[in-house]
Write a new protein. Structure first.
Length: 451
């Protein structure tokens, strides 16, 4: 199995992800990213490479970030230690400081025992697969071992948080005055910076999930546990709830009645608003194949094209970069606003959603009503040949469901990339209809593709 997954290197801290691996991974990164025109130009000028290193508050991040910094400094890279900040803040700071690359130690929405290492290229962009492969190969090669004045220095990035907050505030089309926001920071990286930013933007803020102790990240709070936020919003009579995950690259919302507003609905609101002010490039929204049929319908009603990609924010980013598009994301709450960010940014997304409420003088429920969410049923069929989704019998059954659903539904079969599993997803006008088709197709997959 390759070391890098869809979002960096991730695993059980001190299990798969040891201090030794973090050290060697940093050294290999210095070798690979220390090449290229810009890096060579810096060396020719007698300047060392610079990297931003940050982490979320999980306890293992302390030793893993220290190991990463040690590996970089021992390879002659100067390290700016930004401490505990969100992943999108790390990406922003790499570009803002003109650093050569950066490393974020986080396992995002995973539980506290897990951790991960995400590497960003110059400009704060995610690494292409081929560069990750080169870093993995470099783990077995020679390391850079400068001595004396050639070793890197590790310094505190003192104004990291302030730079990020000013950047977020400068992106807003409208202040948030008069809106009561409940923020759920998932006991994660947003606990310090998110409340401060929303308050500075004018909102009245109530905070939950903002007492990280290194072990409670994502534990019953945050974007994966929205019931706590919904209860707080209703109990307090607040206008809106905003939920982050552990590293704050996601945003999901809750309206004043406690109803969940997911990533598709958030993208719909932002897309229409951006089109109105001429900020939606080519009137196009980039979304994955898992986005709800209701999103496609709503965007068509507003003259907006939806460009579909594979599942994963990296594929959304690739499509956005290729076409120069300004908005994209996933149902899970990874929303990318490329005018202001190079990756999903939960704080940026939440601020802009609340700004639209303030600008239009509407509730979140009113804004979200532009999209009807179609019931979606997902069935994971295990123990089958994942490469057999093109089987004639399976495709015949899919075609029959598509014909039966017509314009009122959608069918998608996806093979897992890592295990013998096929995912069957059906959307329809009612959950009963979607469930019936999904179960029938799952039975066909089991029968035709059994191992």
């Amino acid at each position: 199995m390759p070391l890098f997954g869809t979002d960096g290197v991730r695993g059980l801290a001190n299990g798969l992800l040891t201090a030794e691996l973090a050290l060697h991974l940093a050294q290999a990164t210095a070798v690979v990213l220390g090449q290229g025109r810009s890096a060579e130009a810096r060396k020719a000028e007698g300047r060392r490479l610079t990297a931003v290193v940050a982490r979320d508050p999980r306890v293992s991040g302390e030793f893993l970030a220290a190991a990463v910094s040690a590996g970089l400094a021992s390879s002659g890279v100067d390290v700016l230690d930004a401490g505990v900040i969100p992943t999108p803040a790390t990406a922003f700071l790499i570009a803002d400081h003109d650093a050569d690359f950066g490393v974020m130690v986080s396992a995002s929405h995973n539980p506290a025992p897990d951790n991960g290492i995400k590497i960003f290229a110059r400009g704060g962009t995610k690494l292409p697969d081929v560069v990750e492969q080169r870093i993995e190969l470099a783990l077995e090669g020679e390391r850079l071992q400068p001595t004396g004045a050639g070793v890197g220095r590790i310094r505190r990035f003192a104004d990291a948080e302030d730079r990020y907050v000013l950047h977020l505030l400068g992106s807003l089309p409208h202040r948030l005055d008069g809106i009561h926001v409940v923020l759920d920071c998932a006991h994660g990286a947003a606990a310090g910076v998110s409340p401060e930013t929303f308050k500075d933007a004018g909102a009245t803020v109530t905070v939950i999930g903002a007492e990280p102790d290194g072990l409670n990240i994502n534990d019953g709070v945050g974007s994966t546990h929205l019931d706590v936020l919904a209860e707080a919003v209703v109990r307090l009579g607040a206008d809106v709830g905003i939920a982050h995950d552990g590293d704050a690259d996601r945003c999901l919302a809750v309206d004043a009645q406690g109803n969940i507003v997911d990533g598709d609905q958030i993208m719909a609101i932002l897309a229409v608003a951006m089109k109105q002010r001429g900020a939606l490039v080519d009137d196009t929204l980039v979304a994955t194949v898992m986005s709800n049929l209701g999103l496609h319908r709503a965007m068509a009603d507003h003259g907006i094209r939806v460009l579909q990609t594979g599942v994963g924010d990296r594929y959304v980013l690739e499509a956005m970069n290729e076409g120069g598009y300004s908005l994209g994301g996933e149902q899970s709450g990874h929303v990318i606003m490329s005018e202001f960010a190079t990756t999903g940014d939960g704080l940026l997304t939440g601020l802009h959603i609340v700004a639209e409420m303030a600008r239009q003088g509407k509730t979140l429920a009113e804004l979200a009503s532009l999209m009807t969410v179609y019931p979606q049923v997902l069935v994971n069929v295990r123990g089958v040949d994942r490469d057999g989704v093109t089987d004639a019998g399976v495709q015949e059954a899919v075609a029959a469901s598509i014909a039966d659903l017509g314009d009122s539904g959608r069918v998608l079969l996806r093979a897992s990339g890592t295990e013998p599993l096929v995912r069957v997803m059906v959307e329809a006008a009612s959950e009963e209809v979607a469930r019936a088709h999904a179960d029938r197709l799952a039975d066909v997959v089991r029968e035709r593709l059994a191992l």
